[in-house]
Design a protein around this ligand. Structure first.
Ligand code: MRU
Length: 354
């Protein structure tokens, strides 16, 4: 990707390898605050509180958090060090349950540890930092590849609908569902992007609309319940969404509301693409039923956005953060290796074998 579209880098290690620098996504679009995190607790909190969010970005942050956590351990004893490593890994793994990238990145760090047999504690610390750097670097390359593959099925001038934020700030760079939009922007595709606001935490309004606008993309914000009318009015030629976990049969968990958009797209005959790096595909989940759906607090629905409560205090609220889109509603799953079409069970297996 050439550099004519500037995208922000939201997750990185500082120059002295002693702090994780994160763009605080809860402060956007009003404030561009960068946090300097040095402890595992701070990184855990940043993931839980959605200061860093989006499946690949969570994985990268956790990998750096694990490195920062074990870097501080003062011992020459490898057994002791390994035990502390595992405890730190388990702590970070408990921050959010749905995005498989979190567990994938932590497992990669673990595998690197296991491969470093015979090295000193100091050397293992260095290897862990290298692995976290590699996870980040590879994610950037993966996102660029996803962008190219997705762009190949889009046409200039199309209206595109997206849900939540699968953009540059949700990844190392460029995003997954937004990568083809950035690429198209560089090639004068003149896409007209519609961003669902994405209740309750407004990732579409606060993040997607913000980052696309910053990049000069034509973006229009709609409320979630407006997706049907813009489709009926033929303003949308394709839907592109990101993903937190794809099961072996192609069922895909993404931000709450995604499956409703997919049902609408099917009704109106609009192609619906899920953009998912291979790190988001979980061949250990047979179907979407095996994916744990994060439940978040009622306050996010009832009290979060106004000074005054938005609903009667005594009323119950139900706040699942994700839903699963049935594989039958998905036109294609765009990975870094190309677009996977049905039958997903067969073709995802082939993808991993190859
Ligand atoms: O709760 P969030 O904001 O972390 O949810 C994020 C999403 O649903 C994204 O679409 C997904 O993680 C893909 S990010 C490339």
């Amino acid at each position: 990707m050439s550099k004519s579209v500037t995208v922000i880098e939201s997750v990185k290690l500082d120059d002295t390898n002693s702090a994780l620098i994160l763009l605080d996504q809860t402060a956007l679009p009003n404030y561009k605050n960068f946090l300097h995190l040095t402890t595992v607790e701070e990184v855990w909190d940043a993931i839980y509180e959605l200061k860093v969010r989006g499946a690949p970005a969570i994985g990268i942050a956790a990998a750096y958090g694990l490195y920062l956590g074990v870097k501080k351990i003062q011992t020459e004893n490898m057994e002791e060090f390994k035990q502390a490593f595992i405890q730190t890994k388990e702590k970070l793994a408990s921050s959010r349950p749905t995005a498989v990238n979190l567990f994938w990145a932590l497992d990669r760090m673990h595998a690197r540890f296991d491969k470093s047999k015979g090295e000193t504690v100091e050397k293992v610390k260095e290897l862990l930092r290298e692995e976290a750097d590699l996870i980040k670097k590879e994610d950037q390359e993966v996102c660029e590849a996803i962008g190219k593959h997705a762009l190949s099925v889009l046409e200039p001038g199309w209206g595109l609908l997206t849900h939540c934020n699968a953009g540059t700030i949700a990844t190392a760079k460029y995003g997954t569902a937004l990568a083809p939009i950035y690429l198209g922007q560089e090639q004068d595709y003149n896409f007209k992007v519609f961003a669902d606001e994405t209740r309750p935490l407004l990732q579409g309004a606060r993040l997607t609309a913000w980052e696309l606008n910053e990049a000069g993309v034509d973006v229009t914000l709609i409320c979630d319940n407006m997706a049907s009318i813009v489709m009926k009015q033929e303003k949308i030629q394709a839907v592109l969404v990101g993903c937190d976990r794809v099961a072996k049969n192609g069922d895909a968990a993404n931000k709450i509301g995604t499956s409703g958009v997919a049902i609408l797209a099917k009704h109106y005959g609009i192609p619906f693409y899920v953009c998912a790096p291979m790190s988001t595909i979980d061949m250990n989940s047979e179907t979407g039923d095996d994916i744990e759906i994060e439940l978040r607090s009622q306050e996010e629905i009832k009290e979060k956005w106004y000074a005054e409560p938005m609903a009667p205090k005594e009323v119950k609220a139900y706040n699942p953060a994700f839903d699963v889109t049935d594989h039958s509603l998905i036109t294609g799953i765009v990975t870094e290796k190309g677009i996977i079409y049905p039958s997903y069970e067969e073709n995802l297996e082939k993808l991993f074998k190859d």
